[in-house]
Write a protein that binds this ligand. Sequence first.
Ligand code: ZN
Length: 276
Amino acid sequence: MVKIALDAGHGLNTAGKRTPDGIREWSLNDKVRDKVVDLLRDYDVAFIHTDGNEGQTDEVLSQRVATYLEAGAASLVSVHHNAFTGDWNTATGVEVYVDRNCTDADLRLANLIYTRLVAYTGLKGRGVKRANFQIINQNKIPAVLCEGGFMDGTEDYKYITSDAGQSAYARAIAEALIEFHGLKKKSASATITNKPTTKTEVCTVEIKVLKKGAKGDTVKAMQTLLIGYGFSCGGKGADGSFGGATDKALRAYQKDKGLSPDGSCGPKTWAALLGV
Ligand SMILES: [Zn+2]
């Protein structure tokens, strides 16, 4: 599993870092980060957040760097929004920063994000730039800092505070990370770990086609899901034995879901049960 560090720049109460009408930069950064996580939810990846406490604390940069390096992150993306004067103005565009003393990997990741950021947001491309920002100033792992539009730019403001704008920014980062790391989708059984707790028992079992007469943990998992959806599998509940009551419950569930009610729990039925 690849670990990726995502940094929402600043904190909610960091002086100055806000739109002229008071929207905090951290909250915009955090929205984009959440969308990146969501876009990559089916991929075999774990995320390290370099800032915590819902923005209440503006972690110092050295601590953020220590957090992602110690956690074994394979890359870092720091999400920011730009500002020019702090009062409404006409500044516009997106840019991605690498360290002054950057590595080839830094540049490659930056370019993968930047080209998409320009394409998906439609905002002016201001380039891949170099700066001595502490959050990206280490040459151990690839690290970039993105500026996704101006908080005080009257046109950019409308876009970056919209769901469409935040989604475009996130999509650029997510797709770049998929390409950069060669991220793979999780296997079906691993995907399930993201499902609500009632489904956690399924995580450890092998998904296979089940019919009446089957026994074992996979049956138990199927029964647990059916019961969770309100289909009784008989008096013993999820007992791991695929008998008449379970057969009836499964067929009722299949009918309810518009699947052929054949009493066979195959790939389509499993997908419905697991919500995948
Ligand atoms: Zn910032």
